[in-house]
Design a binder for this molecule. Structure first.
Ligand code: SF4
Length: 429
């Protein structure tokens, strides 16, 4: 995953930019970077490994506008030296899945080159910034939101024509910003104005937002944002993530008849779902795992196994609520089943009488084409195993996933406006 931020205001923006991108830290913990401008030149530093508060030094940046990025995979923003366009910097969130075709056409000689390098070349070859972005919309297949900072013009922001990745516009007095999630605008005192539309290109200056172009929009918003990626305090396409998660939990409870003493989340992404389940079923909500907020977060490896290991280290069992109880544990999804298997083992070792697993999303059976992801098709346990096999594999007494239709209803958008490809529906693109 990754997150983008862009801001223009009538005074120094560095502190607001830093606070804003910090609110998106959950979308990428491996690299972070910023580029700012005072309208004359760019202030660019090579993006760094690590977290925002450890990596970015405020004193190195100046100006009234800036862009910032957090990522699990690529160092961004990318600085693009002067060509027929002035010097600019670009950052994007998402994934281009036909990059091999584009590499050849745009003379990218390393498959390890960042995707921003391809996007920057497309822009440089195609006239103005807006024309370059339109070309990206035409030829780059995938899901993405992007920001470009140009000292003379301002910040361009764009969202792919399907709107896979979220992107929100916010404002306060003479301060205008764009962010991957609404929480990152509200935390710096801004009001959310609206979501950027799929296929929309916007120019942000200290005078406001201006839609430069609106290409044909098709709408395939990533449904998994509401179940897992986004923060529970965010609102996407006007739908609060908390509400969607509560609804997913309620839907699970409405089809359930298991008898249990308590409902517990796997922190943090299972919390909203578990609250919804508890409210609908009348079974008390309790915590069986404590999350250690002080555990080391300085390095987040790319390999899923190591990430799982770190995640497990952060959870401690709360013996008092486990021993002798029939527990329903709720999580957003099951990827490889390794983490949940270990957690169930730990609950049973601590004396849980029964452990029933409820999963807020439908089974993950296909990889994502539109986002950086560590999950490959062959690694997805639900792609190769039946429900009963998974139940036995993880050591649960019972296992249920949400039905696809319930999941869609819980979000509250029509099915045709959502991407549901990783749950076995057709890839929109
Ligand atoms: S495939 Fe899944 S994770 Fe990827 S955009 Fe679609 S719903 Fe989201």
């Amino acid at each position: 995953m990754c997150g983008i931020y862009g801001i223009c205001q009538d005074k120094e923006c560095i502190s607001s930019l830093m606070k804003g991108i910090f609110q998106l830290q959950h979308r990428g913990q491996r690299f972070c970077g910023m580029t700012t401008s005072n309208g004359k030149k760019l202030y660019f530093k090579e993006p760094l490994s690590g977290l925002v508060k450890q990596g970015l030094a405020l004193a190195e940046f100046k100006g009234e506008m800036g862009i910032a990025h957090v990522s699990l995979k690529e160092r961004q923003p990318l600085l693009v030296e002067k060509s027929k366009l002035e010097e600019f910097a670009i950052a994007f969130s998402g994934k281009i899945y036909n990059r091999e075709e584009l590499e050849e056409e745009y003379e990218i000689f390393s498959s390890r080159a960042p995707s921003t390098e391809i996007l920057a070349k497309i822009i440089r070859r195609n006239g103005t910034f807006a024309e370059g972005i339109e070309k990206i919309f035409e030829i780059a297949k995938g899901g993405y939101s992007l920001v470009i900072i140009s000292p003379n013009e301002g910040i361009y922001a764009a969202r792919d024509p399907y709107g896979f990745r979220p992107c929100v516009l916010g404002k306060r007095d003479k301060k205008f910003a764009i962010a991957s999630e609404s929480v990152a605008l509200e935390k710096i005192g801004m009001k959310v104005i609206r979501d950027l539309q799929p296929g929309e290109i916007v120019l942000i200056t200290k005078n406001g937002f201006q839609t430069v172009n609106q290409l044909m929009r098709k709408e395939a918003f990533c449904s998994f944002e509401w179940a897992y990626f986004a923060r529970i305090s965010s609102v996407l396409e006007g739908i609060p993530v908390k509400r969607a998660r509560m609804n997913m939990g309620k839907a699970l409870a409405s089809r359930d008849n298991v008898e249990a003493d308590l409902v517990a989340p796997i922190p943090f992404s299972g919390i909203g779902h578990a609250l919804g389940y508890a409210r609908a079923s009348g079974i008390p909500y309790e915590e069986v795992f404590e999350y250690n907020r002080y555990s080391d977060r300085s390095y987040m490896p790319l390999e899923q196994e190591k990430r799982t290991e770190i995640a497990e280290e952060k959870l401690s069992e709360i013996d008092e609520t486990i021993k002798g109880n029939r527990i329903i544990i709720i999580d957003d999804s099951i990827v490889r089943a390794t983490q949940i298997r270990k957690l169930i083992y730990r609950l049973k070792e601590k004396g849980a009488k029964e452990v029933h697993v409820r999963i807020a999303s439908p089974p993950l059976v296909a990889p994502c084409r539109y986002n950086i992801s560590t999950r490959q098709g062959a690694e997805l346990v639900a792609a190769n195993h039946s429900l009963d096999e998974i139940k036995k594999m993880i050591g649960a007494d019972t296992l249920r996933y949400n039905e696809l239709d319930d999941f869609v209803r819980a979000i509250g958008l029509p099915k045709e406006k959502l991407c549901l490809a990783c749950f076995g529906e057709k890839y929109p693109l």
